[in-house]
Write a protein that binds this ligand. Structure first.
Ligand code: NAD
Length: 265
């Protein structure tokens, strides 16, 4: 496993396991499978309603808490609701600290939300805090008001939407960029893309593996999701090869600045 170092000094595994759309009753099994395969970084959210399943899987693994990097996200708006949500997440995840908590999206009182996260960060309940689905102006607003620079920005990023301007911006600010939907949720027949498949053939790797390798070689954290154990294993097997500069350039060339929902951030 490779790691990135956050502006807090903490190490974050560059590859994680995302649990969006995994039904609550299936989450413990799926996360348990991922842990058995070697995943130590799990990405959940209040909105996914499966934080408790993640908590059960962590406990059932019998592994020490510090082996894991756990991200969750608050979908609440404002200071008071967020304070409650932080406590709820700690309970559901059965832990006394969370490695990273993100503001899931821009909401009416996201400054109040960030204030609650910053407080919990100072108390040690949240080891790092960050943002998701924010644009540059909104990030600058947060940085102008708060002393704690977000550690991570988790935004949509995949082959068809490479986020070059935003990645440049976050790099300048010392914010780690993290990709959600590294496969673009499978849209545009991405798993049969001829250029990506051809590159994969050279390394004996699948389209999914080339995509994930591309993202991590760009220095971006990736959190692919699958409920199938064989795909989880496939997605994890990306640390035994390296894409050449020419192949990286060919993959960069596939960028269309095309987000899944037409968003700009
Ligand atoms: P994704 O890009 O990871 O694609 C998931 C799809 O790809 C699934 O249908 C899965 O069956 C398929 N797939 C996975 N591995 C495969 C493989 N090896 N071969 C063929 N098909 C494969 O999409 P996602 O789940 O939306 O995103 C990943 C994670 O990002 C989520 O689980 C969640 O943790 C996070 N996320 C965050 C936000 C946000 O607003 N912050 C939004 C969306 C997703």
């Amino acid at each position: 496993m490779d790691y990135v170092t956050l502006n807090t000094g903490a190490k974050m595994p560059i590859l994680g396991f995302g649990v969006y759309q995994i039904p609550p009753e299936e989450t413990e099994r799926a996360v348990g499978d991922a842990i058995a395969l070697g995943y130590r970084h799990i990405d959940t959210a209040q909105y996914y309603r499966n934080e408790a399943g993640v908590g059960h899987a962590l406990k059932a693994s019998g592994l020490p808490r510090e082996e894991f990097f756990i991200t969750t996200k608050v979908g609440t708006s404002g200071y008071r609701d967020t304070k409650h949500q932080i406590e709820r997440a700690l309970r559901h995840l059965q832990t006394d600290y969370i490695d990273l908590m993100l503001v899931h999206w821009v909401m009416s009182d996201y400054h109040g939300t960030y204030q609650a996260l910053e407080e919990a960060h100072r108390e040690g309940k949240l080891r790092a805090i960050g943002l998701s689905n924010f644009n540059q102006r909104q990030i600058q607003g947060i940085m102008a008001q708060f002393a704690t620079v977000p550690a991570v920005l988790q935004n949509e990023m995949h082959i068809f939407h490479q986020q070059n301007a935003m990645r440049e911006f976050t790099k300048e600010k010392g914010i780690q960029f993290e990709s959600w939907a590294p496969f673009g949720e499978g849209a545009h027949d991405i798993f049969n893309h001829p250029v990506i498949a051809q590159i994969g053939t050279k390394y004996g790797k699948t389209v999914a593996q080339v995509i994930l390798r591309f993202i991590i070689q760009e220095g971006v954290v990736a959190i692919p999701k699958s409920i199938r154990k064989e795909r989880m294993a496939e997605n994890f097997a990306i640390f035994d090869f390296e894409l050449s500069p020419a192949d990286m350039a060919a993959l960069r060339h596939l960028n269309e600045d095309r987000g899944l929902f037409g968003w700009n951030n």
